[in-house]
Design a protein around this ligand. Structure first.
Ligand code: GTP
Ligand code: MG
Length: 214
């Protein structure tokens, strides 16, 4: 029993996901909902970063999802930026559908990701939050968000951290984690084939030597 408890964390892989977007768009509310199943009644501006974790089982593999809920306010994030991006596996961009300036900031958030060398293969999603506060058909930033997501080949989710269900938020993060797992699977395949080749060559070399000696 004890050894099993020690053994489980050893095979548990970690997915680091950062949540980015302007101040007040609902990053803390969204990540809180995902990790605890509840919309927080009260949130304070995030200073630096808040960490939350959730354990998932994906295709028979245990995965620890580590959410980095980042600060939207420049003065609270300045000294942390390098840490945000280290070993990131996926990114969640969030904007507030009642706040057009949070939508206009999205290209800057994407640019920051690029500056920190996150390649296009790092999975990303775009969340248009606070859908409970608008009439969808009368809100231009929703269509614009959908378009932006399409241009950048990201899934788009119109969501409300306040009114959305646990299942909906699980879908957003769950799909992201599945994508990370698939990529890891491919990378493992590549590493395996690279490792195999030198071994095969070594066998060839031995064979040649043996032939020469004869
Ligand atoms: P920073 O930490 O300053 O970057 O802000 P944040 O992006 O973490 O925003 P936070 O989650 O703290 O939410 C800001 C305010 O928006 C809070 O008052 C939340 O209750 C509210 N809020 C968040 N999501 C929703 C939502 O979906 N609907 C509504 N109506 N309010 C929301
Ligand atoms: Mg916050």
């Amino acid at each position: 029993m004890d050894s099993c408890e020690f053994w489980v964390p050893a095979i548990c892989r970690t997915c680091k996901i950062i949540v980015l977007g302007d101040a007040g768009v609902g990053k803390t509310s969204l990540s809180h909902l995902y990790c605890t199943g509840r919309f927080p009644e009260k949130t304070d501006s995030t200073i630096g970063v808040d960490f939350r974790e959730k354990l998932l089982q994906v295709a028979g593999e245990k995965i620890k999802v580590q959410l980095w809920d980042t600060a939207g306010q420049e003065r609270f994030r300045r000294c942390m930026v390098q840490h945000y991006y280290r070993n990131v596996h996926a990114v969640v961009f969030v904007y507030d559908v009642t706040n057009t300036s949070s939508f206009r900031s999205l290209p800057l958030w994407m640019e920051e990701c690029q500056q920190h060398l996150l390649g296009p293969d790092v999975p990303r999603v775009l969340v248009a939050n606070k859908a409970d506060l608008v009439t969808v058909s009368m809100n231009p930033t929703i269509e614009q968000g959908r378009h932006l997501a399409e241009v950048h080949s990201m899934p788009f989710y119109l969501f409300s951290a306040k009114g959305g269900s646990r299942e909906q938020v699980d879908t957003i993060f769950g799909k992201l984690v599945q994508q990370i797992s698939r990529q890891r699977g491919k990378k493992t395949e590549i590493v395996r084939s690279i490792k195999l080749r030198p071994k095969a060559n070594a066998v060839e070399e031995k064979k040649e030597k043996w032939t020469c000696n004869c």
